[in-house]
Design a protein around this ligand. Structure first.
Ligand SMILES: Cc1cc2nc3c(=O)[nH]c(=O)nc-3n(C[C@H](O)[C@H](O)[C@H](O)COP(=O)(O)OP(=O)(O)OC[C@H]3O[C@@H](n4cnc5c(N)ncnc54)[C@H](O)[C@@H]3O)c2cc1C
Ligand SMILES: *[C@@H]1O[C@H](CO)[C@@H](O)[C@H](O)[C@H]1NC(C)=O
Ligand SMILES: *[C@@H]1O[C@H](CO)[C@@H](O)[C@H](O)[C@H]1NC(C)=O
Length: 517
């Protein structure tokens, strides 16, 4: 018996040594961390550098950060395996790890790690509809397109990502803007129950009655509390949608901005209609293109709320009556080639501020052109209306803080995709773009302090824009559910409440016992 355990141990350790090479203390830590998982019985779930499957997973991040090579990638298949992994790594100092679901977040090291272990939930991707309570149980590594594809044939859907390839868990934990936001709140508000693996390996459920504080903070609070292993998502009937992409000549810019601002100001009265407008520079096209993504979830063709847009002469249009599966497949943005240096800025719904952000985009393009002809840049605008908050409060609340807005805000994505050698300079260009846009908005009293976690660069601080009360809730829950701070210090990637909130180390929060099931 003893001998057998010893044999297994030796084999696991030898395997790791083989994979990472011998010599330095870093290698010893690699051996310790990956070896501890192997010893815990997870050998068959581990991928090591240089293997085909390891390389394959490294190449499937939307934004490539080529200098991040985990010592090993763990691909759990079940909640129990996630629990074993978290408990094991948590107990093995000084192992650090990253959590990855769809791998679409662009912020460096948010979903991958150098000199650590990446827990890759990509194989936990099942989707199961439950007619008895109108929910769909989804594992975190599923893509939104997997859910739409399963539900569409039944005339059902969920509120989720607008790009079929985006991952489920990361989008929900950041809030999530969908075609349904004005009717149903943010995507996270559609989650009726989470299953979460805590730092000590406990598996807990959270809904509006059980662990309700955890339930609320998971809706916007990111990876500060545990690993989400299952989400039960509200599922509802749908017919076909009217939607697609429309491209316009660049000289329609002023008309598009006017149409957008008018539209954004009236969304609360027209909750079925949505618009995103964007300008994109592609060297291949040697110029900037102007486009918009429109949808009417009620399937109304040439819907009235979009009438100002319909009046503008277009170059091409794919607007059609179709399924959400088809529409979100059309909206897939290509990734896995460049590193994204993407910032987000929120402003009020004001044409001057939008125009300024656009002018700054043109400047950024000119600067980039002097450095390279191999990059893609874009700027996108989408409204966050008051109704997006209403859906949240009714369903147990989230911590996004959008219920504090007094008027529609406009969420801007400042987007630059570059080759690795240009990342540093791209960061400077984007940082100045963000700052100049924000400063201008302040100068005309049209700024917003909100920062969308899903689009934020690693140097931005989304929690600061949620307001102090919400930061306090996130902080209290992080300390209650992870008292030893595993998700603060051992999971360094993603946005950390301990870095963002000055009260984290001060508040004497009441450590209530967790609700048991
Ligand atoms: C092309 C594209 C389209 C997009 N479209 C939309 C859109 O329509 N609406 C919208 O709101 N946003 C959109 N986003 C932004 C999107 O919400 C984020 O990129 C989100 O993080 C993606 O989720 P993911 O599972 O792929 O993330 P990942 O990169 O895998 O993870 C993101 C973060 O969440 C953490 N995390 C992931 N899984 C778990 C888990 N199970 N438990 C605990 N923590 C976890 C990770 O550690 C990481 O910090 C889009 C992004 C891209 C690139
Ligand atoms: C819905 O029903 C299924 C099947 O009975 C169950 O597994 C699931 O937990 C239920 N979901 C919720 C949110 O109650
Ligand atoms: C696009 O232009 C064509 C041709 O003028 C027109 O028939 C169509 O209605 C326009 N579509 C939209 C969505 O504006």
């Amino acid at each position: 018996m003893m001998g057998r355990i010893l044999d297994t141990k030796v084999t696991a350790i030898q395997f790791v040594l083989l994979a990472v090479g011998l010599g330095t203390s870093t290698d010893a830590t690699a051996t310790l961390c990956c070896g501890s998982l192997a010893e815990a019985g997870l050998t068959s779930r581990l991928l090591y550098p240089e293997s085909t499957r390891y390389n394959g997973r490294q190449e499937t991040f939307f934004s490539l950060h080529e200098d991040l090579s985990p010592w090993c990638i763990l691909q759990p298949q079940t909640t129990e395996e996630v629990s074993t992994a978290v408990k094991t790594l948590g107990a093995t100092e000084p192992c650090q790890f990253a959590i990855r679901s769809g791998g679409h977040h662009h912020a460096k090291a948010s979903n991958n790690i150098h000199q650590g272990v990446t827990i890759d939930l990509g194989n936990m991707n099942s989707v199961k509809y439950h007619a008895e309570n109108s929910t769909t149980s989804v594992e975190p590594g599923a893509q939104w397109g997997d859910i739409y594809g399963k539900l569409d044939p039944m005339g059902l859907t969920v509120a989720g990502g607008r790009d079929a390839s985006v991952g489920v868990a990361g989008l929900v934990l950041g809030g999530g803007n969908s075609f349904y936001s004005a009717l149903r709140g943010m995507v996270c508000d559609g989650v009726r129950r989470f299953e979460v693996v805590l730092a000590n390996g406990d598996v807990v459920l959270a809904n509006k009655d059980i662990n309700s504080d955890l339930f609320q903070v998971l809706k916007g609070g990111g990876n500060n509390f545990g690993i989400v292993t299952r989400l039960d998502v509200d599922t509802f009937e749908t017919g076909k949608l009217w939607g697609g992409l429309v491209y316009y000549p660049l000289d329609a810019t002023a008309d598009i901005i006017d149409a957008f601002v008018n539209f954004a100001d009236k969304i609360d009265e027209n909750p079925a209609s949505s618009s995103v407008i964007f300008w994109m520079y592609q060297p291949a096209a040697k110029g900037t293109i102007l486009g918009a993504s429109f949808a009417n979830i009620g399937g109304v063709v040439m819907d009235e709320p979009h009438r100002d847009f319909w009046a503008i002469q277009n170059i091409s249009s794919s607007m059609r009556t179709t399924t959400i599966t088809d529409l979100t497949e059309e909206l897939i943005l290509p990734g896995e080639v460049y590193t994204n240096v993407e910032f987000t800025l929120t402003i009020k719904s004001d044409g001057r501020a939008i125009k300024k952000v656009l002018d700054l985009h043109d400047q950024a393009v000119e600067e980039m052109k002097t450095l390279s002809d191999d990059f893609v840049s874009a700027v996108m605008f989408q409204p966050i209306a008051l109704s997006y908050a209403a859906g949240g409060v009714a369903r147990g609340g989230n911590v996004l803080g959008i219920d504090r807005f007094a008027e529609t805000q406009v969420l801007c994505i400042l987007w630059l995709q570059v080759r690795p050698e240009l990342v540093r300079v791209a960061e400077q260009i984007m940082g100045s773009w963000y700052q100049a846009g924000h400063d201008y908005a302040v100068s005309i009293d049209q700024e917003s302090d909100w920062i969308y976690l899903g689009y934020a660069y690693a140097s931005q601080d989304p929690f600061a824009g949620y307001g102090r009360e919400n930061m306090g809730k996130i902080s209290a829950a992080a300390k209650k559910y992870d008292p030893t701070g595993v998700f603060q210090s051992r999971v360094p990637g993603g946005f950390k409440i301990s870095k963002s909130y000055s009260g984290f180390y001060e508040d004497q929060n009441v450590m209530n016992e967790r609700d048991e099931l």
